[in-house]
Design a protein around this ligand. Structure first.
Ligand code: SF4
Length: 613
């Protein structure tokens, strides 16, 4: 009995239209746990080197973790892994909501989507009844509209994930939507689902999850819930969710403003959390098993639309970064992205770049189809979101490729305004003056994403421009803890925001699975996963090395224009010195490649050698 797991993986061959179930490999759960770890293992072993991300050889892995669907705080997460059409490397996106638990209740730890369907389909799962159903009538529909229809037709008990039109037409940063506002957002996981012509996944399950020591697991779970419920920060967290970060970032020069030209917004207070809560929030919303629901469901009366959000990243990237200062405008942009199936972070990064190009005369009114792309023009933002989602204009089609490709095509200096790492647009923390956070973005395993290591508070605590080995060590420490939660299938925010003790995780996992592991054992597994994902980049990108960890040009060449960091930027040699510290402590070469000794220490030598070709 594989305690803590549903015990099976569902394999869906879209080309032939067949489905099969196979046992979850126990040895893999020992070495990689589940969720993000299982996804990385499957991507490494099942997708051949050089596979076209949008071709039949690439696969989409949807994987839960051992804690998913259990009585443990925040156990409603799953991970979506694939080869990224946006970066060409590793993509992994975490998604909350109710799908993760439902999938385990249906009897599956993971779904593997492989091949390409000859026609649009949706995957129907009702315990062991699994079918590929015709989805031609749904092709072209928005995510919310389709979720509503499928709930009406199948029943409210079904949990549903969809793609919008952006995933169908190959926008490189299309997302997967679920539960009217939860997303697997980054890296183009929705693009791959669209290329496979899978419009939706619907799941209903009625099974339980086997637990090795039920009394002990429930006891630890109760302790964990109590810690969350008694946390001092709980009330404010439930009231504002991640939006609470907006004012902190604005005060500390970290709020992206007009394509990261600055980290502080002169209209910042108008998009702070209290304005949001008092003017548009309707109710709170949480994932499965969450004691601290951060989701805020909102209604923007000016547009008469409902949306879950904006949360902080969206507020920063579709708000201050585009010069928008009205929370209803940001909510409208958020809702359009969700309905069309666009990652809000990348969409904000691409439109911000286009606006800067327009203001600097690099993009002309003829090229924008008459759109006035000055920062702050909400109507132009709405129009451009729609053009990107449908690739319906020259500019929309260009921006659908992502900011790296767009800047390389337009050139004229615009490459320096393209804020990305490895081709992924940077999320919402300005890094003109925050060397740990800059390093976190440079080295994140998917591109410039914050959730691997949110190190900016550490920068502010120890000196934001300091260049020290301790800062590199902090980034590595966070890169092992935070992604570990994605392998376990649970939310990190109970630890980050409510100080839920980290020393509860190992005993909980031991009681659940019957396998004794210490916290250090778990960190060792997390380090193993981190190095395997690094090897995915090495295998898939010819010549991969140090240059791929380069910071966005702006942060190492142009001072911030206003706010507390005005006049500051990170000298390029400081960024390179941080990278040296980082590589050395990771046991990687000066080019950023894991050494044979490091792979051996992590027990990865044979696995890497077997699938490197
Ligand atoms: S804190 Fe937010 S993201 Fe985490 S489980 Fe709760 S509702 Fe989901």
């Amino acid at each position: 009995m594989l305690y803590g797991y549903a015990g099976h993986i569902l394999r869906v061959d879209l080309t032939s239209g067949t489905v099969s179930s196979e046992p979850t490999p126990e040895a893999v759960t020992h070495d990689f746990l589940g969720g993000r770890g299982l996804g990385a293992y499957l991507l490494w072993t099942e997708v051949p080197r050089g596979a076209d991300p949008l071709g039949p050889d690439n696969k989409l892995f949807i994987s839960t973790g051992p804690l998913s669907g259990t009585f443990f705080p925040g156990s409603g997460k799953l991970d979506v892994t694939t080869k990224s059409p946006q970066t060409g490397g590793y993509a992994s996106a975490s998604m909350g909501g109710l799908l993760s638990a439902e999938l385990k209740f249906a009897g599956y730890d993971a779904i593997i989507l492989e091949g390409i369907s000859p026609k649009p389909v949706y995957l129907f799962i009702d315990d062991d009844r699994v079918e590929l159903r015709d989805a031609r009538e749904y092709w072209g529909m928005g995510s919310f509209a389709l979720e509503r229809i499928l709930k009406q037709r199948l029943g409210e008990d079904f949990q549903i994930a969809t793609i919008g039109p952006a995933g169908e037409v190959g926008v490189k940063y299309a997302c997967i939507n679920h539960d009217y506002g939860r997303q697997a957002g980054r890296g183009g996981v929705g693009t791959v689902m669209g290329a496979k012509r899978v419009k939706a996944i619907t799941v209903h399950g009625t099974n339980g999850i086997p637990i090795a020591d039920t009394d002990s697991f429930i006891g630890i779970g109760k302790t964990a819930f109590k810690a969350c419920k008694e946390a001092e920060a709980l009330d404010a967290w439930i009231r504002y969710g991640t939006m609470t970060v907006t004012s902190w970032c604005d005060r500390n020069g970290a709020l992206p403003t007009r394509n990261f030209q600055a980290g502080s917004f002169e209209h910042g207070p108008s998009i702070y959390a209290p304005v949001f809560r008092d003017t548009i929030v309707v109710t709170d919303k949480g994932c499965f098993g969450c004691p601290s629901p951060c989701g805020k469901y909102a209604h923007a009366p000016r547009y008469d639309i409902y949306v879950e959000g904006p949360e902080y990243e969206t507020n920063g990237m579709l708000g201050s970064n585009l010069g928008l200062s009205d929370i209803q405008d940001i909510a409208r942009a958020n809702q359009l992205c969700d309905e069309f199936g666009l990652d809000t972070i990348s969409t904000g990064g691409c439109i911000a770049w286009a606006m800067e190009c327009f203001e600097r005369g690099v993009l002309t009114p003829a090229q924008t189809n008459g759109l006035d792309l000055h920062f702050g023009n909400a109507e132009a933002v709405f129009a451009l979101i729609e053009q990107i989602a449908h690739r319906s204009t020259w500019l929309g089609d260009l921006l659908a490729e992502g900011v790296r490709v767009a800047a390389n095509r337009i050139q004229q200096g615009s490459e320096a305004w393209a804020i990305h790492v490895k081709g992924m647009e940077q999320s919402a923390y300005d890094t003109h003056s925050a060397t740990s956070m800059l390093l976190a973005y440079m080295t994140a395993d998917v591109g410039a994403h914050h959730n691997r290591a949110w190190a900016i508070t550490y920068d502010i605590a120890v000196g934001r421009d300091a260049v020290t080995p301790e800062k590199a060590a902090k980034v590595i420490e966070l890169q092992h803890i935070r992604p570990l939660m994605d392998a376990l299938g649970c939310c990190r925010l109970q630890w980050v925001e409510l100080d839920m003790p980290l020393d509860l995780y190992a005993p909980a996992l031991a009681a659940l699975t019957g396998v004794e592991r210490s916290w250090d054992d778990l960190l060792h597994i997390s380090e193993r996963i981190w190095n395997l994902t690094r090897m995915i980049w090495v295998r898939e990108i010819e010549g991969f090395g140090r240059a791929w960890d380069a910071p966005p040009v702006r942060f190492v060449s142009e001072p911030a224009t206003q706010g507390p960091t005005a006049g500051k930027y990170t000298p390029p040699e400081a960024a390179q010195q941080m990278l040296d510290y980082y590589y050395e402590q990771r046991g990687w070469s000066r080019e950023g490649i894991p050494t044979p000794e490091t792979l051996a220490r992590l027990g990865l030598s044979d696995l890497v050698e077997a699938f490197m070709k």
